[in-house]
Design a protein around this ligand. Structure first.
Ligand SMILES: Cc1cc2nc3c(=O)[nH]c(=O)nc-3n(C[C@H](O)[C@H](O)[C@H](O)COP(=O)(O)O)c2cc1C
Ligand code: SF4
Ligand code: SF4
Length: 402
C-alpha cells in the first residue's frame, strides 16, 4: 500500500507530511531552515523574531535535561528545562535569512513550508513584523502568544503574558491579519485557565490555524544552595510527560471548534505520538524538544514510525484516521460506574512484594504473609490501583461473567 502523508492546513499551506519542526534552537537561521526541511520535515517554524534586544541576548547556560537516560532512550519520562529566549537575529537580518532560505529551498527543489514566528512589544511592532516576514517570503506567520518566559510585569503584549488578556490577543491577531495575506497561526499557552477560550478568542479575531499547546513555566531549585539551578531564574518546562495534557487540550479544542485547523504539539517523541494527535483531530504536529535532543535525523525515524503504524492499521492517508478516536472518548457522564471488572492476583507471577497491600485505598488486598496476597471482592471498589502499581504485572483484570 502506498502511504501519502500530505496534509493541508490552509488553501495556501499544503505540507508534504504532518511533522513541523517547532520554533526553537533547531530553526535559528537560514541554514537550519534548509537542513530541517532536507531532513524530511513537512515544515519549520523559525525561532521567534522580535525587536526586543533583551530577548535577543541569551542567558548562558540555558538548557538542562532532567533524567538524561530517559531522554537519550526517547522515553516518556524526561523533562527539558530551559530559558532559551527569542531569536538572536534582529528582524532586518531575518528578512535576509528568510529570503536566502527560500531561494535555496526553491533552487534545490526541497519540499516543505517556512513559518515565521513573531513577537512584538507593541501593536505597531506586531504589524511591522507581519509585513516584514510576508515580504521576505514566509509561507505563514505564527504568533508567539505562548513564550513561558514573558512575565506580565515585563511586557503585556507578547508571549504568555499577552495570552492572559483576551482583548489583547484579539487585537494582536486582528492587527497582524490586517498586515498580511499569509495564513496566521495562533500558538496557545497551556498556562491560561481555559485554553479552549483562548482558542475561541484567536479564531474569532481571524486566526486561521491554532497550535495546541506550548509548554509551561517551571522552577528547579537546588535545595542545598537554595538557588535556582544553572541560570539562576525560572525556565520553560516541558518534555514528553506533557503529551497527555497537550493531547487533552487539543481534543477539547477540536471538539469545541470542529471547523478550526489545529496543529498538535507538546511532548511529541515518536511517530505514534503524531498518530495520537491526528486521531483527536489535529492536521499536523509541531515537535521541538525531541529534535533538540536527538537531532534532525529523528524526523525521518518518527515519520517511518508513523507510516508503519498507518500500514498496520490499513490507512493510506492522514485524512483516513484524522479524528477517528474522538468517538471513543467518553464524556464524564457516560463513563462506566458498574462493577463489571474484577482484579485477581496470579500466584505464579507474584513475588510477595507487598506493594498492592500498601496501595489499596479500601484495604481489600489481604496480606497472607509467606503466601501471595488475595483480593477480597467484598471490599474491593474496582479502582484499579493495585493492578497498575504491581511491579511484576502479577494482577490481572477480567470482565465479570454477567
Ligand atoms: C529550547 C527551546 C526553545 C524554544 N524557543 C521558542 C521560541 O523561540 N519561540 C516559540 O514560539 N517557542 C519556542 N519554544 C517552544 C517550542 O516551540 C514548543 O512549543 C514547545 O517546546 C513544546 O513542544 P515540544 O514538547 O515538542 O518541545 C522553545 C522550546 C524549547 C525547548
Ligand atoms: S504487588 Fe504484585 S507482586 Fe507485589 S504482592 Fe502484590 S501481586 Fe504480588
Ligand atoms: S482494585 Fe482498588 S480497591 Fe480493589 S483491591 Fe485493587 S486497589 Fe483495592
Amino acid at each position: 500500500m502506498e502511504i501519502d502523508l500530505t496534509t493541508k492546513l490552509h488553501r495556501r499551506l499544503q505540507l508534504p507530511n504532518p511533522l513541523i519542526i517547532a520554533s526553537g534552537p533547531s530553526v535559528k537561521n537560514d541554514r537550519d531552515i534548509v537542513q530541517g526541511l532536507e531532513a524530511g520535515a513537512g515544515g519549520v517554524v523559525t525561532k521567534t523574531i522580535t525587536y526586543d534586544v533583551n530577548q535577543q541576548i541569551q542567558p548562558r547556560p540555558r538548557m538542562h535535561i532532567v533524567d538524561k537516560q530517559s531522554a537519550l532512550a526517547r522515553t516518556r519520562f524526561y523533562s527539558f528545562y530551559s530559558v532559551d529566549l527569542m531569536s538572536e537575529h534582529p528582524p532586518e537580518k531575518w528578512a535576509d535569512l528568510l529570503k536566502r532560505a527560500k531561494m535555496e529551498i526553491s533552487r534545490r527543489e526541497i519540499e516543505g513550508v517556512v513559518i515565521a514566528s513573531i513577537a512584538g512589544r507593541t501593536y505597531e511592532e506586531w504589524e511591522r513584523l507581519a509585513r516584514m516576514v510576508s515580504e521576505a517570503g514566509a509561507d505563514a506567520i505564527e504568533l508567539n502568544l505562548s513564550c513561558p518566559h514573558v512575565e506580565p510585569t515585563y511586557n503585556g503584549l507578547m508571549g504568555r503574558a499577552a495570552a492572559y488578556n483576551p482583548q489583547i490577543v484579539s487585537a494582536i491577531v486582528r492587527r497582524v491579519k490586517e498586515n498580511t495575506d499569509l495564513p496566521v497561526i495562533g500558538k496557545i499557552t497551556p498556562h491560561g485557565a481555559n485554553p479552549v477560550e483562548l482558542a475561541r478568542t484567536m479564531v474569532s479575531a481571524g486566526a486561521d490555524i491554532l497550535v495546541s499547546t506550548a509548554r509551561f513555566q517551571g522552577l528547579i531549585l537546588d535545595v542545598e544552595s537554595m538557588k535556582p539551578i544553572l541560570w539562576g531564574g525560572l525556565g520553560g518546562y516541558g518534555g514528553p510527560w506533557q503529551l497527555p495534557i497537550s493531547l487533552a487540550w487539543t481534543y477539547n479544542i477540536v471538539r469545541e471548534l470542529p471547523q478550526v485547523v489545529v496543529i498538535g504539539s507538546g511532548g511529541i517523541a515518536s511517530g505514534l505520538d503524531i498518530a495520537r494527535f491526528i486521531l483527536v483531530g489535529a492536521r499536523a504536529v509541531q515537535v521541538c524538544t525531541t529534535i533538540v535532543v536527538h537531532g534532525y535525523g529523528v524526523v525521518r525515524v518518527m515519520l517511518s514510525e508513523l507510516e508503519e503504524w498507518m500500514l498496520r492499521h490499513g490507512f493510506s492517508r492522514i485524512e483516513d484516521f484524522r479524528g477517528l478516536a474522538i468517538q471513543n472518548i467518553l464524556p464524564l457522564e457516560k463513563l462506566n460506574r458498574e462493577k463489571i471488572y474484577r482484579f485477581t492476583v496470579v500466584p505464579e507471577k507474584c513475588r510477595i512484594c507487598g506493594v498492592c497491600v500498601k496501595v489499596c485505598p479500601y484495604r481489600a488486598v489481604i496480606d497472607r504473609g509467606e503466601e501471595p496476597p488475595v483480593v477480597d471482592e467484598s471490599r474491593c471498589d474496582v479502582c484499579g490501583l493495585c493492578y497498575t502499581a504491581c511491579p511484576f504485572d502479577a494482577i490481572v483484570i477480567n470482565q465479570m461473567a454477567s
